[in-house]
Design a protein around this ligand. Sequence first.
Ligand code: PFF
Length: 459
Amino acid sequence: MSDSGKSAKRSSFSGSIGYVMAAAGSAVGLGNIWRFPYLAAKYGGGAFLLVYIILVVTFGYTLMLSETALGRKARKSAVGTFKAYGGDNGASRLGGWINAIVPMIIAPYYCVIGGWVFKYLYAYIVGDVKEAAGDSYFGNFITSTSGSMFWFIVFAAFTMVVIFMGVESGIEKVSKFMMPVLVVLAFVIAIYSMTRPDAAEGVKYFLIPNFHHFSWMTVVAALGQMFYSLSLAMGILYTYGSYMKDDVNIEHAGNQVQIFDSLVAILAGLMIIPAVFAYSGGTAKNLSAGPSLMFITLPKVFADMGGSRIVGAAFFVLVLFAALTSSISLAETCTSTFQDELKISRNKAAWLTVVVIFVLGSLSSLGYSALSNVTIIGMQMLDFFDFASNSVLMPIAAFATCLLVVRKVGLDKFSDIVKETSPFRREKMYRVFVKYIAPVFLMVILLSSILSAFGIFSL
Ligand code: PFF
């Protein structure tokens, strides 16, 4: 164990590429592969894409830079960073812990969904192509207690082994291997999908802006997706920032992560939308159904394609790598918070993360089987954890980060921190966003998602 022990010095990535691969690994996840394509299809195709990219380079840039730069300077995860800049008081602790608690809620259910991905990969490897395309395959699987628990534990074990291996020799090594493989697979599958007969309609639908589908909801949906996809407001970038070496150009590294993340989201759209158009009539309904797009519609599409076993296996390897590198970042953030705040060794902190993932993940997994009659505000447990983290806590966490920069660190001091390693080209824009635009938009996301959860307003 290279980096355990109370007095051990803080772990770090070896350099810029290590950071970029790990942070891109965190960003590129299930959100890019199933969430982005269906939101794009639903909210105006090319119009959604355009709004999304504008939001990434403005709003996303602002939050990414804030979290990473402060985490690096304080050399602490979110709670410690808030304390370092805001003082050891109730408000700072609250701001820090809201950021730190989000990954503790997400990591467990992310591992449950990761387990579903593993199960499908296994099905393609053993040649169960027809079975996986059957109407009740997915339903039967998630409602079987032992099956879904088994695959959840397999996925969580893979995640935690990497955490136990450490930051540089675990997370960085795994990301440097998985991320390039993932991009190559994404290109190959996208090209295959776009060259199927009748796929051109889908490509047009995805890329050409359709302003009839454009509405205020396009902006709200793109904003929510940007958060989800860039792994903002979940303490991850504070933690990964704290592992970034002092001489890495922080702005440049952030840009590379954004390019990587957006590229994979676009490739995922080009993989999925044309294939669904070519093989299952490409109705908006087929495309807009969340998890069932990946676990029900796509297996049917693969079963109709030539080379279905190979295409299906390649696709699920890609999704598995995307999900693993993201769940690693969530689990690492929990571990680093426990290590910093409870002053325990990295090893003990990782074991505590195992317990959190196992307990909350089992609840999410069993929420479809043994505990299926337990609901919280009308939601199944996995949905509730998703709602509580993404729709409620994350906007508040990001709001706290804006307050920390503006009120506690100060904009001039923040600029000095960024300028230690980079020219800070978008400084003016950053200031306007962090002070005015981001806080307002964050409250809009918070309100619209809470209202839509209670059925008062539709997202
Ligand atoms: N950014 C990753 C993704 O797009 O899947 C990981 C992620 C984790 C997203 C947790 C959202 C989330 F709530």
